[in-house]
Ligand binder design. Structure first.
Ligand code: SF4
Length: 450
């Protein structure tokens, strides 16, 4: 378990010199205990104390990085069992698996289609994380050819190299680009596989289906061979088994601080499923609990959109709503006679309103006030979207200089502020718009008059 603030304080210099940016050593210790500060901020800690504190402050689950550049993904390093307790930090990588028994042209086509798939939601571009290539043929050259075929179409995304043969692994890793994951070391091959991964700068998955103690022991052996970046596969497949085992491992790592199991988990959703639909359900389960890497065997944009949206939702900090910057946004190319609407800076609200304004075909101005990232009703209830705030935003972003008319459309949910807003914005006509963004085009068509 981690140390308490007082335990940490006893190991600090206790000079209150403030070099760490905190007024006292005790304040710094409390922040360290809450994992809100880095030990490196204090330049005066003795080596002895540093060693003791580093062991205690190490995260209960290691972060593992795959790939490089803008396609790099980092998984693990989670601290919570339940997302609502604080937040989940590193969203799982979702990988599409191809097998080297497929013709190279088919592999290239499948990878090109899947890896170029992108979809935007609340201003965030969502896509698959990378490619897993399995050595189903058992032949080294066929495997390398399959990896090369996939490489050409992967848009620089990371690879999972799947083979149990160390020589094939070595050849595969050479063809697989930056920082791939080697899957998998088992009790028979771990020494050679660890050596191959280490030489290639790859991380390694450890596969041991015989129980958690053998899995932990094998992970320790691989770690002892000099590999820290480990991913665990306990061999559980299917919804019920994997949920049980994944939860058990997460709990042992996070609440019992069992370092031997403190690694991200890899899941193969398709292996426990009897259909593509079941695979999608199991993959969704792993996105929620507690996959670090989720490998799927079918690419279907309709399913992927759901998985990626789920991943975005689960891995959004509930205390920090996704928001856009307050300002006056141009939807299309609005002019001085174009409609002017106002709403809050919650991303989903902004993108819903902006999307429907665009769909109306009427270029418009969209004023976004600072509502601390809350949606309309929540912001209104919290006092973050009242007449004073809307009027202040209108003044700050000088809407009067952009439009000839003096009309502003407020969301239907806050019709109650229209009277006060008239007082705050003298000379302006306050129009109450629809409650739902989807009704904006119809509203503009029927109601907007310049
Ligand atoms: Fe204490 Fe170190 Fe901070 Fe100075 S820098 S106040 S010694 S914790």
């Amino acid at each position: 378990m981690g140390m308490s603030g007082l335990q940490i304080y006893k190991l600090l210099p206790k000079t209150n010199c403030k070099d760490c940016g905190f007024p006292t050593c005790l304040a710094f210790a409390m922040k360290l205990a809450a994992k809100q500060a880095e030990l490196a901020a204090c330049p005066h800690v003795s080596d002895e104390s540093k060693a003791a504190l580093a062991a205690s402050s190490a995260p209960p689950m290691r972060a593992v990085t795959l790939g490089s550049g803008d396609k790099e993904i980092k998984v693990g390093n989670e601290t919570e069992m339940f997302r609502h307790d604080k937040t989940f930090y590193h969203q799982p990588g979702i990988f599409l698996r191809v097998k080297d028994t497929q013709p190279a042209g088919e592999i290239a086509e499948a990878v090109a289609e899947a890896m170029s798939y992108q979809v935007e939601r609340v201003g965030i571009m969502m896509e698959l994380s990378g490619v897993a290539v399995e050595n189903a043929s058992g032949d080294k050259d066929t495997f390398v050819a399959a990896i090369e075929a996939a490489q050409g179409k992967a848009n620089g995304k990371p690879f999972i190299i799947m083979t149990n043969d160390p020589h094939t692994a070595q050849a595969g890793l050479e063809a697989a680009g930056d920082k791939p994951l080697l899957y998998a070391a088992n009790k028979d091959n771990w020494q050679e596989m660890a050596a191959a991964a280490k030489a290639a700068g790859a991380s390694i998955a450890v596969y041991e289906p015989e129980g958690l103690t053998p899995l932990a022991n094998l992970a320790e052996q691989v770690k002892g061979a000099g590999l820290e970046d480990i991913v665990l596969d306990p061999g559980a497949r299917g919804a019920a088994d994997s949920l049980q085992i994944f939860t058990q491992i997460r709990r042992l790592a996070l609440t019992k601080n069992l370092r031997e199991l403190g690694y991200p988990l890899i899941a193969f959703a398709g292996e426990g499923a009897e259909s593509a639909e079941e695979e999608a359900i199991i993959a969704a389960q792993h996105v929620s609990k507690y996959g670090g890497l989720v490998v799927i065997d079918h690419f279907d944009p309709a399913v992927l959109y759901i998985l990626l949206t789920l991943r975005l939702n689960i891995y959004t900090d509930p205390q920090k709503p996704i928001q856009v910057s307050p300002g006056l946004y141009e939807i299309g190319e609005p002019g001085p006679d174009s409609p002017l609407a106002v709403t809050t800076n919650f991303s989903l609200t902004y993108f819903s309103a902006a999307g429907e304004l665009a769909a109306s075909g009427m270029p418009s101005w969209l004023l976004i006030s600072d509502s601390e990232g809350m949606s309309v009703l929540t912001a209104w209830a919290a006092g973050n979207f009242d007449a004073e705030i809307v009027a202040k935003a209108a003044k700050t972003f000088d809407v009067a200089s952009k439009v000839n008319h003096r009309k502003i459309i407020i969301p239907g949910y806050v019709s109650t502020i229209s009277g006060e807003l008239e007082e705050e914005m003298p000379g302006w006509e306050i129009l109450v718009g629809p409650r739902e963004a989807v009704d904006i085009p119809k509203y503009l068509k029927q109601v907007w008059q310049n």
